[in-house]
Design a protein around this ligand. Sequence first.
Ligand code: CP3
Length: 354
Amino acid sequence: MSKPANDTLIKALLRETTPYTPVWLMRQAGRYLPEYNETRRRAGSFLALARSPALATEVTLQPLERFDLDAAILFSDILVIPDAMGLGLHFVEGEGPRFKQAIRDRAAVDRLAPPDPADGLRYVLDAVAEIRRALQNRVPLIGFAGSPYTLACYMVEGGASSDFLTIKSMLYREPRLLHRLLEINARAVAALLNAQIEAGAQAVMIFDTWGGSLSQAAYREFSLAYIEQVMESLKRENAGQRVPSIVFTKGGGLWLESIARCGCDAVGLDWTIGMDSARARVGARVALQGNVDPAVLHAPDDCIRSEVAAVLAAYGPGPGHVFNLGHGISQTTPPNAVKTFVDAVHEQSRAYHR
Ligand code: CP3
């Protein structure tokens, strides 16, 4: 398989020189785009959309038609793993994801097994292959999965939660039970990421959306340790090309040094930490991805441009920065704001790569 025509993302993740700072947005395919809502309506539901490789390909490419993005990200969801384990994923309007079966006791954990991606998650791998064909090597395709702990949050809570008291009770009362569950999730995540890489994903990202809700000690023991386990079994190359990995723990800024040692090539940052201090702390070891507050995309164009300028200046000159938001784009974002954001990164970043 040949290199993408635009391989700035891969180079930046490996801290190699690029002519400008590559940019993509977490959740760049989604409800803020009217064409996404139209395809979703045709599919009937979010899950039907995610399970159709043809429609998943269509929505993956939609943001690339509008904006000069340097990467595509697979259209799927982190919750496809617990769904393939038989937990019965569904979405309740206005409340987010729910599982029919929550995992609350030893018997429930013992019934779980990591799904074979080639079997229960075939549609994800078919989408990866179809997106690669449709992209025709324009830009690289990012594959992804949730972190073992973030998946466990949804599996144990049975859906979204504001305080995570059910999983945290398990963590403190029955730590060995939670470890058993995390062990299964880590094997499932590694298998799915490796299968995505074999199907054509050119970089992979782990979304640890809820690791930041833990204490420092619990984060290391219950989230980071299992991210490390995934990293140890990850394929690092496919078809002669390096496949870089990104780890994003939302709220992980305090623990950057330990995250940067987990075996990843790049660390994703939310907007609560300065790019300058992040680079000073770990920039010699990993690339950094981020980190504009997604709310900035609700401000006027001048403000968007100055926030982009501030993050570029904070990172400073030289390679190793992938521009992004600090979390997913909100569904009320005006699409024109995304164009301003992406173009501002390209225009302003060349000065930092001479
Ligand atoms: O970035 C992309 O464009 C790729 C697609 C992607 C989706 N989900 C599509 C999606 C990615 C990378 C994800 C990851 C994901 N899913 C995470 C980690 C990232 C993060 O934002 O922290 C999490 C926690 C989930 C779980 C999940 N799936 C939630 C909380 C929701 C929203 C529920 C709601 O109704 O608000 C989803 C559904 C979902 N996944 C949507 C999209 C575009 C919206 C569904 C719709 O069309 O109704």
